[in-house]
Design a protein around this ligand. Structure first.
Ligand code: AMP
Ligand code: GLY
Length: 421
């Protein structure tokens, strides 16, 4: 099977690592890819946001399966274009990807499917914004309704900051949602689906804030770990029964079946589990910790989802132990990352490339805000964490920053579930 991965981040590098260890995958390409994917997958140039270009590459490269990593091509219709070219594609249609592309669409689906989520107020203008903030009270949650790479949400007790964010989005022509604040730890649970059958993967946790102790601005994600030693028993079954399966069933009922990766971002609140958001693709950086623990060959799994045969797929197998990934970010990330700096030590084991290129002299250079995702597996979370940070010490990028507390609260048993009121 010839597999083409679309994207250029550490998620795609992790997908390539997993796919390249599947004996059924006979050829692998990653477009546009990065300096890390080049070592294991053929590079090819493509504008990932252009569905026609993605489908043309898939045809000319004679792909049997296309795996689309990021949300932007999905929301633009790349999966539809690939399927129209007669090639199997792992990723939802443009219509179905609205579950990520429009938070208000996701809210409609959840409401119809009876899926628990935060109450929300769509806001059309400044006056409505004030009214909605009065209604929820602090802490305030103000969201850009569209795609914003994890940076469109402000959660704050500072009313002025909440108002300012809302105004900024409205002035930019965007739509705003104000939401009820959800307390409790967050969980990312991915599920592979063909539109009918749903296979959940292992739960993981992201670290969204830039700095240690969950301080600083929201980012695309600064690190992750899996599985979650503190998760209540039966969590995955509960999410499957109350969130994932009803959502997939509702999408099919609406005539917009969702196939690909359904990512549920959840909060385990004092009033029970709630969906914070859905994404229409593998999460980044959680993929970097979930896939190294998956023993089932990835190519066969994604092909089964893409071809509607997941019901016949054997149960997923997982290795024991845990995985941790630490994101090395460029100076200035997330606001104004500096790029073009040389990176050394990035070819070491476990170092996944997030935003890198190779220049004409063969030097690896930073090319994005998140530059590397340094990953390790261990017999438990503490061992994986220690190994990941040992690997972080081996890479060099001038003025880089990373969190030093990825998975630390979980290792120290400091994550607690809020008591029911
Ligand atoms: P989103 O783009 O919707 O995933 O939001 C990004 C991050 O903002 C989430 O991962 C949460 O950490 C936080 N967040 C979003 N919605 C809420 C909410 N209703 N209550 C508390 N935190 C939230
Ligand atoms: N880890 C957050 C995201 O992929 O959206």
């Amino acid at each position: 099977m010839r597999v083409l991965v679309i994207g250029s981040g550490a998620r795609e590098h992790a997908l390539c690592v997993a796919l390249s260890s599947d004996p059924a995958v006979t050829a692998l390409a990653c477009a546009p890819g990065n300096a890390g994917t080049r070592a294991i997958a053929e590079p090819a140039a493509v504008d990932a946001a252009d569905p026609v270009a993605v489908a043309a590459l898939a045809s000319s490269w004679r792909a049997d399966l296309v795996v689309i990593g990021p949300e932007v091509p999905l929301v633009a219709g790349a999966a539809d274009a690939v399927r129209e070219a007669g090639i199997a594609c792992f990723g939802p249609s443009e219509q179905a990807a609205q579950i990520e592309g429009s938070k208000s669409f996701a809210k409609h689906v959840m409401s119809a499917a009876g899926v628990p989520t935060a109450r929300s107020w769509p806001v059309g203008g400044p006056a409505e914004l004030e009214t909605a903030l009065d209604e929820t009270g602090a802490p305030y949650v103000v969201k850009d309704d569209g795609l914003a790479a994890g940076k469109g949400v402000v959660v704050t007790t500072d009313r002025d900051a909440a108002v300012e964010h809302g105004h900024r989005v409205l002035e930019a022509g965007g739509a705003v949602l104000v939401e009820e604040y959800l307390d409790g730890p967050e969980v990312s649970l991915f599920a592979v689906t063909d539109g009918t059958t749903v296979l959940p993967l292992l739960p993981a946790q992201d670290h969204k804030r830039r700095d240690d102790g969950d301080a600083g601005p929201n980012t695309g994600g600064m690190g992750a770990y899996a599985p979650l030693p503190w998760a209540p028993p039966g969590l995955v079954d509960e999410v499957l029964a109350t969130v994932l399966q009803p959502t997939v069933d509702e999408m099919r009922r609406r005539g917009e079946p969702f196939s690909g990766l359904l990512y549920a971002g959840l909060a385990l609140t004092s009033r029970g589990l709630r969906v914070v958001e859905f994404n229409a693709r593998f999460g980044d950086p959680e993929t970097q910790v979930v896939l190294p623990l998956l023993e089932t060959p990835l190519g066969g799994l994604l092909y089964a989802a893409a071809t509607g045969t997941l019901a016949d797929h054997p149960p997923l197998r997982w290795r024991d132990g845990a995985a941790v990934t630490v994101v090395i970010a460029a100076p200035g990330y997330p606001e104004r990352p500096r790029t073009g700096d040389p990176v050394t030590g990035a070819d070491a084991e476990g170092v996944l490339h997030a935003g890198t290129t190779v220049d004409a002299e063969g030097t690896v250079r930073s090319a994005g805000g998140r530059v590397l995702a340094v990953t390790a597996v261990g017999e438990d979370l503490a061992a994986a964490r220690q190994r990941a940070y040992e690997r972080v010490a081996g890479v060099r990028l001038a003025d880089a920053h990373w969190r030093t507390d990825i998975a630390l609260a979980a290792v120290e048993g400091r994550i607690t579930l809020p008591a029911a009121p």
